[in-house]
Design a protein around this ligand. Structure first.
Ligand code: HEC
Length: 106
């Protein structure tokens, strides 16, 4: 039934956020928090050409952008698409993910 599929789809982010992440594992968090859906595996191939690649970007820059998108301070282009998932990550998660992405070879 269509309705069941919808319910399953809506429950997915909850199930994902409930899965315990290993503390400090940005790579695991990057997948669990659905970042890969839009920014691609390892942040190398974005879903849409107007979405940014993240692999190899500077850690400090990544953190600022994530915080600004979460708070709404950065609200340009397609940030609205991403803002919807940012309740899934706290400050520590953002830092861990930034450390991971900054070390991926672009
Ligand atoms: C629904 C799609 C979507 C999801 C899911 C998503 N993002 Fe994004 N993200 C975007 C888009 C689109 C932009 C560019 C916004 C703009 O146009 O300014 C962006 C921008 C960014 C930027 C800024 C990049 C730059 O070069 O300025 C970072 C960092 C980022 N995302 C990290 C993440 C992380 C980490 C996650 C997971 C917690 C995530 N994103 C989940 C769509 C998404």
């Amino acid at each position: 039934m269509k309705m069941n599929k919808l319910v399953a789809l809506l429950a997915l982010p909850l199930a994902l956020s409930a899965m315990a992440a290993q503390a400090g594992d940005g790579k695991v968090l990057y997948g669990e928090k659905t970042c890969n859906a839009c920014h691609g595996p390892e942040g190398k191939k974005a879903l849409m050409p107007q979405y940014p690649k993240l692999a190899g970007q500077n850690e400090a820059y990544l953190i600022v952008q994530m915080k600004d998108i979460k708070s709404g301070k950065r609200a340009n282009g397609d940030t609205a698409a991403m803002k919807g998932v940012m309740h899934l990550v706290n400050d520590q998660d953002m830092k861990d993910i930034a450390v991971y992405l900054s070390k991926v070879k672009p």
